[in-house]
Design a protein around this ligand. Structure first.
Ligand SMILES: *Cc1c(COP(=O)(O)O)cnc(C)c1O
Length: 352
């Protein structure tokens, strides 16, 4: 059955695909049309000079490591993320140094990052986990002080903000994803947003079609990744961008009302909420303050009109994942126990 929400997206997508078929099908190879329009929206959203559409966020992150010549280097990152954050960097022989995360936001703790710095570390790879914006000012300061690259995996946080700025917008490069469940869904896709002209040019060199390389750089490289975005996915992402951002805002205000209720009920750690700070609530995650009291919490939430479910957090820290250990070995890190954290479900923001 089609909900009115998904039929709205379908109408926008069909119009965009129809328009695509009415154009010269080779145009997208040079990064014009919907690709350029989507890149313009993303650059504006983040207040940056450049945006580059890629096949997905995982490939975009790999391309960034290639462009920055990060091979066989060390980087500081969070143990709490989806493996795709690190996949490309690991493939290039880079070694993660896992640093601790802040309670409540589950994002890299700048204090822990600072303690993990050694002369071998070349970059910080931060993640806005659950759509929670990380402490980007804290990470920016450390990156500047130690001359490190600060790269942000913002795959879950497009539409979030911190200090009234888009989440992770202080990073040297921001990576977003347009796969299923993300703030903007095009089936598959991703983008890199940056102010750094040299980085942008190298990314074009490593990921785009020679037509675009020629247009942007006056050079061509047939030996990179073919990491550009599918033109129909770009057409759909571009056509549904505004609708997706609007729907996200509605979803965010529902979640914010729940966060306010949780804080009022007082059984859980205080969730940050202010005009300047907003998660996308990719997952609505909270932590028990003392003992878990699921029945009491659900009753209190129900009394306030929220019909929700409590689920255990499905999160296996990277160094504990069997496939990680099999390929990259055992890491010498102390991993906190997240047994006291849980997820609230019941609001559905997923379109398709
Ligand atoms: C979804 C996601 C990715 C991977 O995105 P793809 O576009 O599917 O490659 C990477 N990191 C995080 C945190 C994600 O949520």
């Amino acid at each position: 059955m089609q909900t009115s929400k998904s039929s709205r997206y379908m109408d926008l997508a069909i119009a965009a695909v129809t328009e695509y078929y009415q154009r010269d099908p080779r145009l997208h190879l040079s990064g014009t049309g919907a690709i350029a329009a989507l890149e313009d929206k993303l650059a504006r959203h983040y207040g940056k000079k450049y945006a580059l559409c890629c096949s997905n966020a995982t490939t975009a992150l790999l391309a960034i490591a290639l462009a920055l010549d990060l091979k066989q280097e060390q980087f500081i990152t969070t143990p709490l993320t989806y493996g795709g954050t690190l996949a490309g960097w690991l493939l290039l022989g880079n070694q993660p140094v896992f640093a601790g995360v802040e309670p409540v936001t589950y994002t890299l703790d700048p204090v822990a990052v600072r303690e993990s710095i050694t002369p071998e570390v070349k970059a910080i790879l931060a993640v806005d986990l659950f759509g929670n914006p990380c402490d980007m000012q804290g990470l920016r300061d450390i990156a500047d002080e130690f001359g490190l690259w600060y790269i942000a995996d913002a795959a879950q946080s497009l539409g979030a903000c911190r200090d009234r700025l888009p989440a992770s917008s202080l990073a040297d490069a921001i990576v977003v994803s347009f796969t299923v469940g993300k703030s903007l869904c095009a089936g598959e896709g991703g983008a890199i947003i940056t102010d750094n002209a040299e980085l942008y040019q190298k990314l074009v060199w490593f990921t785009q079609h020679p037509y675009r390389q020629y247009r942007d750089l006056g050079l061509e490289n047939q030996f990179g990744l073919n990491g550009r975005m599918h033109p129909l996915a770009a057409a759909i992402a571009n056509a549904t961008f505004e609708q997706a951002m609007q729907d996200l805002q509605v979803y965010q205000s529902h979640c914010l009302a729940i966060a306010v209720a949780l804080n009022e009920i007082g059984l859980t750690e205080v969730m940050p909420h202010s005009l300047g700070y907003r998660s996308t609530f990719f997952n609505l995650v909270s932590t028990w303050r003392d003992r878990p009291e699921p029945e009491l919490l659900l009753r209190e939430l129900g009394d306030r009109g929220f019909d929700l479910e409590i689920l255990p957090l499905s999160l296996c820290p990277i160094p504990q994942q069997a496939a990680y250990v099999a390929q990259y070995g055992v890491s010498d890190v102390a991993i906190s126990d997240y047994g006291n954290s849980f997820e609230l479900r019941g609001l559905d923001n997923r379109v398709w």
